[in-house]
Structures are given as structure tokens and as C-alpha cells.
Design a protein around this ligand. Structure first.
Ligand SMILES: Nc1ncnc2c1ncn2[C@@H]1O[C@H](COP(=O)(O)OP(=O)(O)OP(=O)(O)O)[C@@H](O)[C@H]1O
Ligand SMILES: [Mg+2]
Ligand SMILES: [Zn+2]
Length: 281
């Protein structure tokens, strides 16, 4: 990580709410809010004033309980969901001067296809289960302008090899693969355009512990080799501890604490983080 370089991604005051809000919940500290949910109108304030930077070659961990807004944040960054307000800048796009959320959907597609890779919590969202594995990768390459079948075939085989999927199984559909293999195909697909930024949402959740370790080792190795920047979301502090240089802690849509992962683990400041760290011991 190099904090003296310009951030790869810079997010400022990102807000995402599901629902229109009402006169009750729009006031600060409204009694109508249960956590980030308005009991009067049913609006969920999923992300609230989220700001952070991701530096070159850095793994930024995001940890928080179920419902704290982690996946929503990742969806917003991948343009799967429009934000309610806020800004994001990527150094690789217009030199970091253009707010990504203000761009047209066509432009956002371009950014997503060329500059960001994403692994979904649910592989059904990230892969076409009936396509061949290499076809899934080719789809992303084509979206980024790839046309040469031979070149794409070779790149796809290389990638599958990198994530330890035997090349002779490249024509098989992910639906025939184990959970760990499916996540590895997602990782290969996400890496295919050599994006400067990788978004990983609970890549190992739901996998057996031994498979988890294997996928985490893979990510660690690839990160080291490619010097890519990663945002790694997990509700599991153990996963964060293994991979993240720096960590944000989210609670009810807000970032309540951030710092070097070691510091957060050794000296958590917020009561919620203290509880999280103690449950790890
Ligand atoms: N499409 C949607 N419509 C309405 N509410 C939503 C939608 N997507 C998410 N939410 C709400 O936003 C809040 C945050 O959800 P999110 O999936 O971001 O949490 P999370 O931190 O990823 O949780 P988990 O650890 O369980 O994956 C939740 O209250 C959820 O119900
Ligand atoms: Mg989630
Ligand atoms: Zn309300």
C-alpha cells in the first residue's frame, strides 16, 4: 500500500436509501428509526455518509453485522444500484476528476467493464450457470471489446489455470462445480480485464472451512502477484484479519470505525468493534 499515491478509488458521502422517507425519519436521530429502518414509512437507510479511499495495491476490508449495508455499498460501487446521493472517483477514469455516479449508464457500463471486477456473495448473480466456465469469462472480455476468439480462449484458459480450475474442465458449466470452484470461476472472470479494482463480497461465506482457506490463499497470492487494489467485504473478522491492510467497520449503514487492521484488532475504539474483536478470541 502506498498512501502517498493518489487513491485508486475515492468515495465521498455515499448515501443509499430504499424508500422515499417521511417527515418522521428525515429528521436527525428520529425516534421513528429502529436502527436504520423507519417504522413509520418502512424506508431503510442502507448506507449513510460512507466515505473512504482505496490506495494502490491495498486490500481494504469492510466488516459489519448482517444488514449493516456492506452489499448495498458494493452494489452501488458496481452500478448495480443507483445511489441516493454521494460521489465516487477512480484515478483510472478521467484522472479522478469525474464523479462516477454522475455519469450516464452507458459510461458506467464502460467503467464497470474496463476498470472493476466483482465477485458476488451469491454466485448465481455473478455467473451464468448454464454457460461454460470459459464462456463466462469470454462474456466479460467481449463486454470490454474483445473480438478475437483465439486470444480470448487463451486468456480464459490462463485465468482458469491461475485460479486452479483444471483447463480440461473449462467447457463445463459452473452449475456442475462445487461452491469453492464457482467462487474461483467468479474470481477468474473478475480478473479477466486486469481491472485496477476488485470488489469481493463475502467470497468465502458458505464454504467449508478448508475450502475457505484455499480461496483466501488464492486471493492473497493473486493480490501479491498482480498488485491489484481490493475491497473485501465480510461479516467474518477472521477473513478480514487474514487479508486486509486497512479495515472499515460498518454498523446500521454508517462507518463507525476505520484504521489499520492490526490497530483495530488490538485496540478497537467503538463498543461494537470491541464486541466483534472479543468474539474472535
Ligand atoms: N433492494 C432492496 N430493497 C429494499 N431494502 C433493501 C434492498 N437491498 C438491501 N436492502 C436493505 O438494506 C439493508 C442492508 O442490506 P445489505 O444487503 O447491504 O447488508 P449486508 O451488510 O450485506 O448484510 P449481510 O452480511 O447479511 O450480507 C438491509 O436492511 C436490507 O434489508
Ligand atoms: Mg451482504
Ligand atoms: Zn419514515
Amino acid at each position: 500500500m502506498n498512501q502517498f499515491e493518489k487513491p485508486v478509488l475515492s468515495v465521498k458521502n455515499l448515501n443509499k436509501q430504499f424508500g422515499k422517507g417521511c417527515s418522521h425519519c428525515r429528521q436527525a436521530d428520529s425516534p421513528s428509526l429502529i436502527k436504520n429502518y423507519c417504522r413509520v414509512c418502512g424506508t431503510v437507510y442502507a448506507c449513510r455518509e460512507v466515505s473512504f479511499d482505496v490506495f494502490p495495491g491495498e486490500v481494504l476490508g469492510i466488516v459489519g453485522e448482517s444488514g449493516s449495508g456492506k452489499s448495498t455499498l458494493m452494489q452501488c460501487l458496481y452500478f448495480d444500484q443507483p445511489v441516493s446521493s454521494g460521489e465516487a472517483y477512480m484515478n483510472s477514469y478521467e484522472n479522478g476528476h469525474q464523479n462516477l455516479f454522475g455519469e450516464s449508464s452507458q459510461q458506467q457500463r464502460y467503467i464497470r467493464n474496463h476498470m472493476i471486477g466483482k465477485v458476488y456473495q451469491n454466485p448465481l448473480l455473478g455467473l451464468k450457470m448454464d454457460f461454460s466456465s470459459i464462456g463466462n469469462i469470454a462474456e466479460k472480455l467481449i463486454a470490454a471489446g474483445g473480438t478475437n476468439v483465439g486470444v480470448m480462449e487463451e486468456r480464459g484458459s490462463d485465468l482458469l489455470n491461475q485460479v486452479n480450475i483444471p483447463v480440461h474442465r473449462r467447457k463445463e458449466a459452473p452449475k456442475n462445480f462445487s461452491g469453492g470452484m464457482q467462487q474461483r470461476v467468479q474470481i477468474a472472470k473478475a480478473l479477466s480485464n486486469k481491472p485496477p479494482l476488485l470488489l469481493l463480497d463475502e467470497v468465502t461465506t458458505g464454504l467449508d472451512l478448508s475450502v475457505q482457506a484455499n480461496v483466501l490463499d488464492l486471493i492473497k497470492g493473486l493480490q501479491h502477484e498482480l498488485q491489484i487494489s481490493i475491497v473485501l467485504v465480510s461479516h467474518d473478522l477472521g477473513v478480514i484479519r487474514m487479508l486486509a491492510d486497512r479495515t472499515l467497520v460498518m454498523l446500521e449503514g454508517r462507518v463507525i470505525e476505520q484504521g489499520l487492521t492490526d490497530q483495530i484488532l488490538e485496540d478497537p475504539q467503538h463498543a461494537y468493534t470491541q464486541q466483534l474483536v472479543h468474539s474472535l478470541l
